[in-house]
Design a protein around this ligand. Structure first.
Ligand code: MG
Length: 339
């Protein structure tokens, strides 16, 4: 791909995409925040608009997943979950989403019906409304299937917003469940692997889990490890905070079917997308209570404390045999069109 054209890497969540976003997108925009809220430049999971005693959280997401229906979900569930989760990890209660649909001429109405029912069921789980939308159709040769764009809005009391860049030394790192399920299941499904297991996507709205954790308190930062996987998200949190993180490999939950698929595909499960997981940093004296609260929810049963924030510049994983390796951000997501 020549330097003056968009390549798949430009949408893959790695360094190439980061350069495109900063140079061609952010630098062309001038007003990027309102009332001194969190701005576009901060590239957090959402932006905020402070109004009176509250802060409105706004976030948006385009969904191009292939295939549209996959083990554990479909484009409707992922469109709702992705946006709801980006609002939720800001510490805000998600209230509503908008839903713009761009459909290929010839697309099955029965499939669209299934997708909309799935989106609706997902929103119902966390009491989120769909309050506005748009529907467009493009000619058969101009689009592949369907694209959905959702925007989410949520609300928090002033001062209660949680960032992805505010780690403190000594904080414990909690992951709300097993890593790599979504990306690895999509990839295996596409490759036609026929595992005798229930390898499926984790796609889910995480507000009920986050709400319980917020109630306990002590959460200093949050992020959902979607595109680019856990490796990308944890490095972003560490770098933005100017801190290091030490993780204990033995405590990182990864399902054995995910391990198996990752070996066959040669892909690191820490580098692929998760669609129903949250990384939290928590004050050490609250970590056990937050963990217990998370585990009481359906989507948090496999939660674990996996590490600690330290002085430093790197994310380091301590291995079982006493070794250490630096966990780096992937150059690009190894699996395109996963979300
Ligand atoms: Mg996010």
């Amino acid at each position: 791909m020549s330097d003056d054209k968009i390549g798949m890497n430009h949408g893959a969540g790695g360094e190439v995409m980061a350069n495109l976003i900063s140079k061609t997108i952010l630098d062309n925009l001038t007003k990027k925040s309102v009332n001194n809220g969190i701005s576009l430049d901060e590239l957090d999971d959402g932006a905020t608009i402070p109004i009176g005693d509250y802060e409105i959280v706004l976030t948006t997401d385009g969904h191009t997943i292939d295939p549209l229906f996959f083990p554990g979900g479909d484009i409707g569930r992922i469109s709702a979950s992705g946006t709801i989760n980006d609002v939720s990890v800001m510490g805000a209660k998600p209230l509503a989403i908008s839903n713009a649909i761009i459909i290929q001429e010839g697309f099955s109405i029965e499939k669209l019906d299934r997708i909309m029912k799935s989106l609706n069921e997902t929103c119902k789980e966390v009491d989120v409304a769909v309050i506005t939308g748009d529907t467009k159709v493009m000619q058969q040769d101009k689009l592949d299937g369907i694209i959905m764009v959702t925007t989410g809005i949520g609300i928090a009391k002033k001062g209660k917003i949680i960032r992805d860049s505010t780690l403190n030394i000594g904080d414990k790192i909690i992951i709300t469940g097993s890593l790599g399920d979504h990306g690895m299941s999509i990839m295996s499904f596409r490759e036609g692997f026929d595992f005798e297991t229930d390898l499926k996507s984790d796609v889910a709205p995480m507000w009920n889990v986050i709400k319980k954790a917020l109630k306990v308190g002590g959460i200093t930062a949050m992020k959902d490890p979607t595109r680019g996987g856990f490796a990308n998200a944890i490095n972003e949190m560490a770098h933005k905070s100017g801190k290091g993180i030490i993780l204990d490999q033995e405590t990182i939950p990864i399902k054995k079917e995910v391990h198996a698929a990752s070996e066959m595909l040669g892909i690191d499960p820490l580098e692929v997308a998760n669609e129903g997981k949250v990384i939290m940093s928590v004050k050490p004296d609250k970590a056990q209570d937050v963990l217990k609260a998370i585990k009481s929810e359906e989507y948090g049963k496999q939660a674990a404390i996996i590490g600690e924030v330290v002085e430093g510049d790197y994310v380091v994983i301590k291995t079982q045999i006493g070794g250490e390796r630096i966990l780096e951000s992937p150059i690009a997501d190894p699996v395109p069109r996963v979300c």
